[in-house]
Design a protein around this ligand. Structure first.
Ligand code: CA2
Length: 146
């Protein structure tokens, strides 16, 4: 049995599709996760889709992925710009890490321009809407096969 890819979403992303559609689109997190599951099946990957508003919970899942995960696709939400603790947890994970942002963070406020997670991520996708998760999964397929 191959190990799953952890698809981690951080704070407020449970509100996807429910507020600020002009920034984050109209799909709910459940819609996005269902599309990711369908693509993962097509690619021969298994997924573990998880979302939390709690930094410690995200860190615990990254630790779990050290034993149980083949790779991590993460949208850390606002923790992207603040969390050395999530960076430290990712640095303790040996597999590939891809960072996804639905919006183009570089077109937004300057405090969104810096990412701690980017110091660890093999790649970053920003501004492709929720399609960014699908693009990250395609890239993850290549990385875990290498
Ligand atoms: O663009 C992204 O994916 C972000 O990671 C989203 C974070 C933001 O803090 C980052 O700078 C960029 C915010 C997620 C909030 O999600 C919501 C979704 C719908 C309605 C309200 C918030």
């Amino acid at each position: 049995m191959t190990k799953p890819i952890y698809l981690l979403n951080g704070p407020n992303l449970n509100l996807l599709g429910k507020r600020q559609p002009e920034v984050y689109g109209r799909e709910t997190l459940a819609d996005v996760q269902a599309k990711c599951e369908a693509l993962a099946t097509e690619l021969g990957l298994t997924l573990r889709c998880l979302q939390s508003n709690w930094e410690g919970q995200i860190i615990d899942w990254i630790h779990q992925a050290r034993d149980e995960g083949a790779g991590i696709v993460i949208n850390p939400g606002a923790f992207t710009h603040t969390s050395v603790a999530i960076l430290d947890a990712l640095n303790a994970f040996d597999g590939p890490v891809l960072e996804v942002h639905i919006s183009n963070v570089h077109k937004r406020e300057s405090f969104r321009h810096h990412s701690y997670v980017s110091l660890r991520a093999e790649g970053v996708i920003a501004g492709f809407g929720t399609e960014g998760y699908l693009l990250a999964l395609r890239r993850m397929k290549t990385l875990v096969a290498a």
